[in-house]
Design a binder for this molecule. Structure first.
Ligand code: PEP
Length: 249
């Protein structure tokens, strides 16, 4: 049985004082214990967030990590630094990192290898853009991202989560239909069985991301192959995040 995961990706939002207000409100709320809740604030808020989430069931994640060890890499953050702050998850290969910072599948693969080798859980983001979808190339694109991103990985594979995030649905309000999201998550599970094996593909969690909100989360989560959501805009307020974890209730 795969435990559902609701992950909030705050992107470059909420400074330290906003983080404290949001999370102090969130930790007082009733959250569905059957669902794993994860908050990924900006690096600058990880320390403050960790202090507030300590002793709760809400996990802490980062939005990116360096593929290198500690050392001369100005502006980067290492796995070591994240672990020091009790971070357990890291998002890798988000489309904004791929598009705006030129992270290709090779870099994504190196980051995943480093994170897994250091015991961090990884949320690997994959997804096609609008043109690729209109040309019916979405499966081909996603399969290629999976094969390259997960190439030559054999250690701690149980710590990998995949998030299907069609780029045209991110931050646009254009949610993928529940049927299309399920169909792509099913396709991803099939690809994972080829990359690793059938048994692992059945236990791996596959999330959907792209304009998920309290009003559509229940329908999306009702699908057999969707094991949770990666949520940007709707994860910034405590009420909304509570509602997401409680599937709209
Ligand atoms: C995201 O950034 O991963 C995301 C899904 O954003 P939004 O929910 O705002 O579309």
């Amino acid at each position: 049985m795969r435990k559902k995961l609701i992950a909030g990706n705050w992107k470059m939002n909420l400074n330290v004082s906003d983080t404290k207000v949001m999370l102090n409100e969130l930790v007082k709320k009733d959250l569905n214990g059957e669902v794993e809740a994860l908050i990924c604030p900006p690096f600058t808020s990880l320390d403050a967030a960790g202090e507030i989430l300590k002793g709760t069931d809400i996990k802490l994640g980062a939005q990116n990590v360096s593929e290198y060890e500690d050392g001369a890499r100005t502006g980067e953050i290492s796995t070591n630094m994240l672990k020091d702050l009790e971070v357990s998850y890291v998002i890798i290969g988000h489309s904004e990192r791929r598009t705006y910072y030129g992270e290709d599948d090779e870099v994504v693969n190196a980051k995943i290898k480093r994170a897994l080798s250091q015991g961090l859980k990884v949320i690997l983001c994959v997804g096609e853009d609008e043109v690729q979808r209109s040309e019916n190339k979405h499966e081909e694109i996603v399969e290629d991202q999976l094969k390259k991103g997960l190439a030559d990985i054999s250690e701690n594979i149980e710590n990998i989560v995949v998030a299907y995030e069609p780029i045209w649905a991110i931050g646009t309000g254009n949610t993928c239909s529940s049927e299309d999201a399920e169909s792509m998550c099913k396709f991803i599970r099939k690809s994972i069985s080829t990359i690793f094996n059938e048994e692992y593909s059945q236990s791996m969690r596959i999330l959907y991301g792209g304009s998920v909100k309290p009003s559509n989360v229940k329908e999306l989560m009702g699908n057999e192959n969707i094991d949770g959501a990666l949520v940007g805009g709707a994860s910034l307020k405590a009420d909304d995040f509570q509602s997401l974890v409680n599937f709209g209730e």
